[in-house]
Design a binder for this molecule. Structure first.
Ligand SMILES: NC(=O)c1ccc[n+]([C@@H]2O[C@H](COP(=O)([O-])OP(=O)(O)OC[C@H]3O[C@@H](n4cnc5c(N)ncnc54)[C@H](OP(=O)(O)O)[C@@H]3O)[C@@H](O)[C@H]2O)c1
Length: 259
């Protein structure tokens, strides 16, 4: 029988709570959110619940056909949902630039940016720009995307007098990295931790800079809990430890303190 951690945090929520519980009573109408790779796992559920609460969701996906199917499924259960699908391949800085330019040219506001996409242990390969593909997907692509959309977010927060939010989905595994921190060598065990450490440091430094500027944007780096998703498809450890991943950590979100 799965053990479910039910200790409530400061928020009053525990691992037993779902995204629907946490957002109950929140009206997201008028807000626009971009979420990277919402075609499976945590991203898909986040997109669904944001749309359910009235947020205009922009699904930034490398597989636009899969994203269109996800959009259809969400709309079936929530006919009033407003969802757009746009192409984004995080392993290519050019694709990220194209995405951001297209988004900016649409003249939409941007209240929420959720950098969710991630890979654990894909076969060793290089991105289109020559970087290790996991570092490129989990960190470099998101770093570039955030930079390109930052002015849009600042303007939205200022014009609407409403706090903007950037969420960088990191992991507790950010602690499992090379002794020297972020370095240019490759070890399959530490490479994921390194990319997630980079997400966390990105959040800390961006928080510092935005505070200095007085921009009304909060950055969170978070560990989403441990849950079995398609993330485990490339990882022997995760895919061979199903019981471990059914221990009930699935709904916990732990925020690192960055603000
Ligand atoms: N699940 C956990 O226990 C856990 C724990 C700690 C942190 N996280 C983090 O939570 C986030 C969501 O993971 P998840 O568990 O929901 O995994 P998931 O179901 O595998 O979702 C990850 C998504 O990232 C996408 N992606 C991979 N490479 C991409 C690229 N180059 N460009 C654009 N999208 C790309 C995948 O798209 P495709 O389907 O097209 O490959 C997939 O939809 C990740 O950042 C992960 O590191 C998860």
């Amino acid at each position: 029988m799965p053990l479910l951690i039910a200790v409530k945090g400061k928020s009053g929520f525990s691992a037993r709570n779902t995204a629907e519980d946490v957002t109950k009573g929140i009206d997201g109408h008028g807000l626009t959110a971009i979420i990277t790779e919402p075609t499976s796992g945590i991203g898909l559920e986040t997109a669904r619940v944001l749309a359910l609460r009235g947020v205009h969701v922009v699904m930034a996906a490398r597989n636009v056909e899969a994203a269109a199917k996800c959009k259809e499924t969400i709309i079936k259960s929530c006919p009033s949902a407003t969802i757009d699908v746009m192409k984004l391949e995080l392993r290519s800085l050019k694709s990220v630039t194209n995405f951001a330019n297209e988004y900016i040219s649409m003249g939409l506001p941007l209240n929420i940016l959720i950098c969710n996409a991630g890979v654990t242990a894909p076969p060793v390969s290089l991105s289109k720009d020559g970087s290790e593909s996991r570092f490129a997907t989990n960190y470099l692509g998101h770093f570039h995307l955030t930079n390109l959309l930052l002015d849009t977010m600042k303007n939205t927060a200022k014009n609407w007098r409403r706090e903007g939010r950037i969420v960088l989905v990191s992991s507790e595994v950010h602690r499992l990295t090379y002794k020297g921190g972020i370095i240019g060598i490759y070890n399959s065990f530490y490479a994921y931790g390194q990319s997630k450490l980079a997400n966390t440091l990105h959040a800390k430094e961006l928080t510092r800079r935005l505070k200095e500027e007085g921009a009304d944007i909060t950055i969170n780096a978070l560990h989403p809990g441990i849950t079995e998703t398609s993330l485990s498809r490339h990882s022997n450890f995760m895919s061979s430890n199903h019981n471990f991943f059914h221990l009930g950590f699935s709904k916990t979100v732990i925020f690192f303190s960055c603000s």
